[in-house]
Design a protein around this ligand. Sequence first.
Ligand code: LMR
Ligand code: SF4
Length: 511
Amino acid sequence: MNLQTLEKSLYDLITETSTNLPKDVRRAIKKAKEAENAGTRAAMSLETISNNIIMAEDNVSPICQDTGLPTFKIYTPVGVNQLEIKEAIKKAINDTTADAKLRPNAVDSLTGANSGNNLGDGLPVMKFEQWEKDYITIKLILKGGGCENKNIQYSLPCELEGLGRAGRDLDGIRKCILHSVYQAQGQGCSAGFIGVGIGGDRSSGYDLAKEQLFRHVEDTNANPDLAKLEEYVVKTANTFGIGTMGFGGEATLLGCKIGVMHRIPASFYVSVAYNCWAYRRMAVDINPETGEIINWHYQEGEKITFKDEVAATTEETSTNVVELTAPITEEQIRSLKVGDVVSITGRMYTGRDAIHHHLMSHDAPVDLNGQVIYHCGPVMAKDEEGNWTVKAAGPTTSIREEPYQGDIMKKFGIRAVIGKGGMGPKTLAALGEHGGVYLNAIGGAAQYYADCIKGVDGVDLMEFGIPEAMWHLNVEGFTAVVTMDSHGNSLHADVDKSSLEKLALHAERVF
Ligand SMILES: O=C(O)C[C@H](O)C(=O)O
Ligand code: SF4
């Protein structure tokens, strides 16, 4: 095999997966847009998402800054050298990371050190299988951390909030799957897709669930019972009112694919892999002699470009927008309430897990009084003059900072935090005591927000690695929604409560 050509083919596969959303996923997002009522927060979010899909394709840049844990599934004819393919994959991962198509995402689990090139022990994940065909197929999924954290595994029988007892039968499985969508709320960047694995053990069950994510969104399960269940789950989950980003709305789940395998008598697992709307998976067929791509998968049907719709809808939306520039006063913050849309111009600082942990016991490297913290781990690149440029910069899941956020806001005088998915009671109480606000940005809209960032004014704590460092960003017209205010209101708590009530309507046997 020509290894250079194979490396080039893999480079193209990785770039395409990270930057160009597959056709079937685009059609599902278009359907979600059609289901939402104009003028709602959910409709506004889907508009931003569509815009972001266009920008990522045009800029050949990551759809979402979290380019995930690259997982390859490789099928080879008997006799093909799998070790050579492994080396070619590693080289392509290194090169696409250097070219900012992937964020350096591989972190040493014990020291926290970022390897800088997405390579590390066990990374990327590569699973090989042999087959009788005469060509190679390579599938790739880039599944981000926020949605991965919403995966869930049930051991039947069990008791579920809202639904009661789930037994060891199809109806028990039904309850687990509905519950999995409820517990994800908007934190995995809904509207999402789920892959479900029934049976196996704890690890093979999750493998089976993830395998389902390679199916086409619009296919029909060959098993008629599971086909019915898949359809039922999508229909029912969309009555929960979780909506895009958990803002409430009609579109909560865009696809459900279920696989089944045998189990041992004592174990009965239902494993659910949750994938965000930024559902990045692609596959190619490769000629084993030349290493060239001979076929791209997921090419059937219409390609929605979103271009016409975005142009049409931006003119229609005219929401009242509050302009904010840091340093922000307590009075300004206390005047904001849940549902307000804000547009930020000026300085903001990124901070995620490592920074929050650090600030608990250290001074801040800059004066944070009245400032805005953005829960974000960007993709960065250096231009010819050696200046940093932002390649992708959407929000990360804020709930991970729940143990620290309230204390840090009070300690340093921070007035606003931006992230996604909302935060819990401890932060809500601190917002009230101190005069602070939580702003929800649209998860996954990494190109859209990168475009609002007009410059990088500095960086601190680079020793934590690119995603975890504190970047000083100069932004213009950075839009977000107030979802937690200083008056004790939390849209996230409200949506959680009402969706649990909706879930509970499905406790009766259906299958
Ligand atoms: O790591 C990130 O930037 C985001 C992550 O995928 C998340 O959803 O929280
Ligand atoms: S930020 Fe959202 S869209 Fe991006 S990987 Fe995480 S869950 Fe997916």
